[in-house]
Design a protein around this ligand. Sequence first.
Ligand SMILES: *Cc1c(COP(=O)(O)O)cnc(C)c1O
Length: 426
Amino acid sequence: MPLPKINSSEEAIKLEDQHGAHNYHPLPAVLSRGEGVHVWDVEGKKYYDFLSAYSAVNQGHCHPKIVGAMHEQASKLALTSRAFHNDVLGAYEKYATEYFGFDKLLPMNTGAEAVETAIKIARKWAYERKGVKETEAEIVVCANNFHGRTTTVISFSNDEDARRNFGPYTPGFTKIPYNDLDALDAALEKNPNVAGFLVEPIQGEAGVFTPADDYMMRAKEICNKHNVLFMADEIQTGIARTGGLLAVCGHCTCEGHCERQETYSKPDILILGKALSGGNYPVSAVLADNEVMDVIQPGQHGSTFGGNPVAAAVAVAALDVVKDEHLIQNARRLGKLFRRLMDDYIRDSNIVSLVRGRGLLNAIVINDSEESSTAWDICMALKENGLLAKPTHGNIIRFAPPLVMNEEQLRDCVDIITSTLKQFEK
Ligand SMILES: *Cc1c(COP(=O)(O)O)cnc(C)c1O
């Protein structure tokens, strides 16, 4: 059956409403095309994409190099399952492990699956290497975390919408405040059964909550001291988004992985997703060195689609684009400019209280209650003015454009944002 032609946004929204589960509350923009930093709706209106599918589309929409790699591989061989080898996976694993500086990679599909994988590896490592008694391993996590939507992952969320009535919950998680090194040290000191500390370098969903500059580095030191795995969920922050190859790279100015930089706190377990495919395909991965990854042996973990040839070819192309187009440097430079221009505006603003973030992962906090609809209303007005963004939590709006944006486009976007905000000033 050919898909019926959708003639209006209204029609598309109605179809979703009638036939789809209501598990999202999207902004009413129905997009039908994307290219670079732009997307177009069904009526042909052009927008700047200022969300990038939650930082999946760092390389820009429909990047020809990534789409080309996907086309080519999809028409040659798409899936073998891991029952057999394929001629792309090994080359991808070599490329990606060298790119990020780890011995081994375990391929999965979605971010939540990669987080689950990391938890399983950490638990197994605790029993087989650290000597924790079976079933007693604990993972320390942070308050207000977001690591995905599976039953285990929502078990340690404190977002009531994500959790309520989905129990019973998976045990084995201890929550501490984010950006609190003393709390981390105390939690690891108190419990010798801790396998790992799972943390986002910047809490994206919580509202681009940006910790102290040295938080990751010190957290890693504390984990080392207690023989606990430092597990970085860089699904949203990684792959150039925050102006480093990874957010744990801190303020290093190198193109890629750099162990020499003192601000680099290499995770024991690195979790990637989203931009690993440039948003073209679900590709996620867990990276670790041999002493950790080797706890996983045949039959102990897997996925039918994980490591499929299309995913492997797409990921290599997506990582190439990051390097070839200097997206790390661009995110860093434009991020600074964005925050400076927004700060200039905020100084005399009643409606925005601050801008925060790193690289091109930023957010503004709206000067209104979390329950107010102001942030949503601002996003609706931004949409009218040709820019798409979405509130994260109540009164916070995340701004995360594709990293292929240029300075002229960024200045144009800041003009749209500030002139829209002016409509809301009291
Ligand atoms: C998006 C995200 C996830 C979950 O990824 P999915 O692909 O949606 O399962 C996990 N952790 C962080 C930090 C994320 O931003």
